[in-house]
Design a protein around this ligand. Structure first.
Ligand code: AMP
Ligand code: MG
Length: 271
């Protein structure tokens, strides 16, 4: 079984987040140094894939990142997503909706950020916030968010059917690790900008968020758009696992260099 197979949420199954060790390193028995070497190889593979994806210009890749605060989304983008050429890659971050966004349906802003042919888009948070923070903080009535799982599946199936591969990564950290990371932020003035007054409020709803994540992973891991639960207490494993999942996806997308527009064999470049 590949590392990606181990972390994928099988469609129709319910992951037990309390049974998945956030500090675990499933599918990898090397140490941190071995992981660093492997990550380097995978970054080269992802870079090569991106160039073929761009050149072929027929398929798109959408990477959805979700995690609790301090879960490591920013670090993962810095360590793994940077393997892709920025020309052809776009990171879209979704925060509290603006007034204009709130005047539209909740998928409007995310649909606008989906990748075009040959492109990669990374969602730093996503439409899943509309069944996570929105559910836990009761920002809409329950019947409204309950409808959204099916709506999200239909939306993602539509994207998949029209040429977009979707990979969804949930970075799974422990409550203790979140406390350590928050503590570090407070101790380091360079990280104070990351502190948000809502972070402790969100932390106080830990169990509610775990329940909301469990439902999202259960209801919305589909063959067309699978969820992966990535143990993320160890940053080196988080990065390695995400890169392995993306590389496996890249291999199955297998974009091809397009044929040249004419036979190039007889072309002579004038002096
Ligand atoms: P950050 O990712 O740290 O910049 O924080 C973004 C904040 O926006 C988080 O607290 C999210 O929970 C919040 N957020 C993202 N999407 C939504 C949404 N649809 N409704 C309400 N809050 C949201
Ligand atoms: Mg934050």
């Amino acid at each position: 079984m590949s590392l990606a197979d181990l972390l994928r949420v099988a469609p129709g199954s319910t992951p037990d987040l309390t049974a998945i060790d956030p500090a675990g390193t499933p599918g990898f028995d090397g140490d941190k140094d071995a992981a660093r070497d492997r990550l380097k190889e995978l970054r080269d593979e992802l870079a090569d894939f991106q160039e073929r994806l761009w050149a072929e210009a027929r398929q798109s890749l959408l990477i959805v990142l979700q995690a609790l605060d301090a879960g490591g989304k920013d670090g993962l983008i810095r360590k793994v997503v940077t393997a892709f050429n920025p020309q052809g890659t776009r990171v879209a971050s979704f925060g509290v909706p603006t007034d204009e966004e709130l005047r539209h349906d909740y998928l409007w802003r995310v649909h606008a950020a989906t990748p075009g042919k040959g492109r990669i888009a990374v969602f730093n948070r996503s439409h899943y916030e509309d069944v996570l923070v929105v559910r836990v903080n009761e920002l809409v009535p329950e019947p409204v968010w309950r409808e959204r799982y099916d709506q999200i599946n239909a939306f993602e199936a539509h994207l998949a059917a029209t040429g977009t591969r979707i990979v969804k990564l949930y970075l799974h950290i422990s409550r203790d690790e979140q406390r350590r990371r928050f503590q570090k932020r407070l101790e380091n003035p360079d990280k104070h900008w990351k502190w948000s007054s809502g972070d402790l409020e969100t932390r106080s709803r830990w169990d509610d968020f775990q329940a909301a994540y469990t439902d999202a992973l259960t209801r919305c891991s589909t063959a067309a758009a699978p969820w992966f639960v990535v143990p993320a207490d160890a940053k080196w494993y988080r990065d390695l696992a995400a890169a392995e999942i993306l590389a496996e996806t890249a291999r199955s997308m297998d974009p091809h260099w397009p044929e040249p527009e004419e036979d190039l064999s007889g072309i002579v470049i004038p002096e």
